[in-house]
Design a protein around this ligand. Structure first.
Ligand code: ADP
Length: 165
């Protein structure tokens, strides 16, 4: 049985994240989506909110669970007994960052492998940060996130919500 973790900030979860989660859930027996407690970036949603939004987004996947974590990702993988860390790649800058992190992780936890899944074409441009920026400026981001995430974002930004398409 192969267990994998999919770590990230998920601030908030987007359709791009979900695409990776769906595909990883089909590849591995068990997938643990782990929401990083204190990433080095300014967050819009609390850890609890990010976990709850993710839980609702993946409730259709029976072999997936969602937890919060802190500390080294590779240590967390070992604690969970997971052999694989899943990450998504959108562009070459993602690759460079992941490559660096993978080399460091290999030193710290040689028994844990990194598996990177390429983004699907339609999600290539989606990032949580760009999406929040667009939403704040009144852009229509409805189709880039699950409905309940759109509701949460609209609430944070005080955007009047239209009925979903
Ligand atoms: P982190 O701060 O760890 O990068 P993110 O929430 O930004 O957390 O991303 C988590 C993971 O999901 C990363 O591997 C990232 O590259 C991947 N990811 C983010 N958006 C997309 C997308 N649109 N398509 C594919 N992978 C994505």
């Amino acid at each position: 049985m192969t267990k994998a973790i999919y770590p990230g900030s998920f601030d908030p979860v987007t359709n791009g994240h979900l695409d990776i989660a769906n595909r990883a859930a089909a590849l591995f027996d068990e997938l643990i989506i782990c929401v990083y407690d204190v990433p080095q970036k300014t967050l819009m949603f609390s850890t609890e909110e990010r976990v709850d939004l993710m839980k609702k987004a993946v409730e259709h996947l029976p072999n997936v669970r969602v937890v919060a974590y802190s500390g080294l990702t590779v240590n967390f993988a070992q604690r969970m007994n997971a052999k694989v860390i899943v990450r998504g790649l959108r562009m070459s800058s993602d690759f460079e960052r992941e490559f660096e992190m993978a080399l460091m992780n290999k030193k710290l936890g040689p028994d844990v492998e990194l598996v990177c899944l390429m983004t699907s074409l339609e999600y290539q441009f989606i990032s949580s940060s760009l999406l929040k920026e667009a939403c704040e400026l009144g852009g229509d981001i409805k189709n880039l996130v699950p409905q309940h995430v759109y509701t949460a974002l609209a609430k944070k930004f005080g955007v009047a919500q239209e009925s979903p398409k």
